[in-house]
Ligand binder design. Structure first.
Ligand SMILES: Nc1ncnc2c1ncn2[C@@H]1O[C@H](COP(=O)(O)OP(=O)(O)OP(=O)(O)O)[C@@H](O)[C@H]1O
Ligand SMILES: O=C(O)c1ccc[n+]([C@@H]2O[C@H](COP(=O)([O-])O)[C@@H](O)[C@H]2O)c1
Length: 212
């Protein structure tokens, strides 16, 4: 585990407000930069899972990526806030203040600190394809339900992945999406729907950030 000093940036690293019983989606990402594909996943998962709120967790750095060129956290949080215009979506970089390097730490903290909230982890299909490489991924699946959103070019790899096979018994029908937040983990769904071919890497390589 990487040990780093806590990073306190007022307004950037705070936890959004919430209330008991709320269904809260957790959408983690590098957001380097944020794009319409992210917004599509947010809109669709909020609607389909009937979430009360969605927290965008801007990561200090994906532990599986080379983060040498990653813009500062505050910059990525500000850009995400400027782009997201939804009253129930909040953007935070609170993992940095806590010194969390891995998602299992974030989820363990949130589920212990706010045990009466109904958290759901949200990820694109490409993330499910690599999920078995995440630190303590089985523990993550045992702590929170997971919603996987379809992504062009990633579906087949995702559904044939080691994590999908291991968690096969815990896959729920996507028609039960509104109940996912109440399901006892492990529980996950694969959401088909509108798709975006956008990626942060293609934008970094020169593609326009807004396209279907
Ligand atoms: N077009 C998309 N469709 C579905 N999910 C997406 C899409 N773009 C990003 N995601 C999901 O959003 C989350 C955050 O992704 P991230 O910020 O790494 O963007 P990215 O476009 O995948 O970046 P990069 O190209 O640098 O890998 C991940 O769970 C990822 O799977
Ligand atoms: O905890 C891990 O081992 C881990 C490995 C890869 C990705 N993640 C998290 O997955 C989220 C998506 O990351 P990214 O870079 O694909 O946007 C983000 O919250 C990362 O911190 C977490």
């Amino acid at each position: 585990m990487t040990l780093r000093p806590p990073l306190r940036i007022p307004g950037i690293t705070t936890l959004p407000p919430s209330a008991p019983g709320m269904r809260i989606g957790l959408f983690g990402g590098s957001f380097n930069p944020i794009h319409d594909g992210h917004l599509l996943v947010m809109e669709e998962t909020m609607r389909r899972l009937e979430l009360d709120a969605l927290w965008v967790l801007v990561t200090p750095g994906n532990p599986l990526k080379n983060n040498s060129g990653l813009p500062p956290l505050a910059e990525r949080v500000r850009a995400a806030r400027a782009r997201i215009r939804h009253p129930r979506v909040r953007v935070t970089g609170f993992e940095a203040e806590k010194g969390f390097a891995y998602t299992w730490q974030t989820i363990r903290f949130l589920t212990r600190t706010l045990p009466d909230r109904r958290f759901v982890w949200i990820m694109g299909a490409d993330s499910l394809a690599d999920f078995h490489r995440w630190e303590r991924w089985r523990d993550i699946a045992a702590m929170v339900p997971i919603a996987v959103y379809v992504r062009p070019g990633a579906g087949r790899r995702a559904l044939a992945s080691r994590a999908a096979a291991t968690l096969d018994h815990a896959q729920h029908d996507e028609r039960t999406a509104p109940l996912l937040a109440y399901a006892r983990p492990p529980a996950w769904i694969y959401l088909q729907g509108r798709q975006s071919t956008l990626s942060s890497s293609s934008i970094r390589n020169g593609a326009p950030p807004r396209q279907a």
